[in-house]
Design a protein around this ligand. Structure first.
Ligand code: R5P
Length: 282
């Protein structure tokens, strides 16, 4: 087995290769004068693992080119962050189901797909090949434990993230809850834990994605108003669109952490071991 990665997923690809004790194949990436992507990989194996997070359209093109270049008898696609997964249904007439379009395009020439904390697991069927999603519950729990927060209250920002928060809390033997939104007036919304009081507690909000930071910034302001001692944010996929980090800090969040599915200065824990384990098992 050999491991190859897109340009922005080189660090995670090399961590996975190291965990597997397999070779990381070097790839040369460049552009033609008109902007089209070009790449050239080294020699590959019968079984190739292609690693690439779908962070932007360049990553999508590189993934398609890499899959085409890897004429192995078995190509396994590791899509640590599956972008476009949030448009998983037609919300308005005329819209695409973007997750389906991406799944069909990327699943066509691979034999298996492994993702991490995909936004909605139902989208995995669109790949048309066996596809799984890994949840880095143990990695997040280890990160929170190592950070040394005192008696943290694990909070999901909405009911969609409740299962993730509950699993982390169970692993770390902490309390957990999810936030509910109540509309006070036409414009005014209140967000608070459904069951537990946050007063004098260290709140750790966990979510799959931080993108604009809007969800967690609103939650943080509300929790601090309700007397939380400190608010931390831990996500899996740190997209951090322009200004997101500043927004979070401005909302009083004292620490922000993400995994290395999208490598950045906020990547504080790795999902490489989980991916390597899943690869060993398939
Ligand atoms: C929503 O369902 C997701 O789980 C995240 O809460 C959301 O994508 C975060 O986005 P933002 O950081 O832009 O508020």
């Amino acid at each position: 087995m050999k491991v190859v990665g897109t340009q922005k997923s080189q660090i995670l690809a090399s961590r996975i290769a190291r965990e597997l004790d397999e070779e990381l194949v070097t790839t040369r990436f460049s552009r033609f004068p008109d902007g089209e992507h070009y790449l050239q990989t080294g020699s590959l194996d019968d079984r190739t693992v292609i690693v690439g997070s779908l962070t932007d359209s360049d990553a999508l093109i590189q993934l398609l080119l890499l899959i085409d270049a890897c004429q192995a008898s078995e190509n396994i696609l590791v899509l640590p962050y599956m972008g476009y997964a949030r448009q998983d249904k037609q919300f308005n007439p005329g819209e695409p189901i973007s997750a389906r379009a991406i799944g069909r395009a990327l699943g066509a020439e691979v034999s298996r797909v492994i993702t991490v904390q995909v936004h909605e697991p139902g989208v995995l069927t669109h790949f048309g090949v066996p596809a799984t999603t890994l949840s880095p519950v143990k990695d997040v729990t280890r990160f929170i434990t190592t950070a040394g927060f005192s008696d943290p209250l694990i909070l999901a920002p909405d009911v969609g993230a409740e299962r993730f928060a509950a699993a982390i809390a169970r692993e770390g033997r902490w309390e957990h809850d999810h936030l509910i939104k109540t509309r006070i007036t036409g414009e005014e919304v209140r967000m608070e834990p459904k069951r537990l009081a946050v007063e004098q507690r260290t709140a750790v909000i966990v979510d799959d994605i931080i993108s604009t930071g809007g969800t967690l910034a609103t939650a943080s302001r509300m929790l601090l108003d309700q007397g939380a001692r400190a608010v931390h944010a831990v996500c899996v996929h740190g997209i951090f669109t322009g200004g997101a980090y500043a927004l979070l800090i401005n909302a009083g969040i004292v620490g922000v952490a993400a995994s290395d599915t999208i490598e950045s200065g906020y990547s504080r824990y790795s999902v490489a071991a989980d991916i390597a384990q899943a690869l060993k098992e398939c």
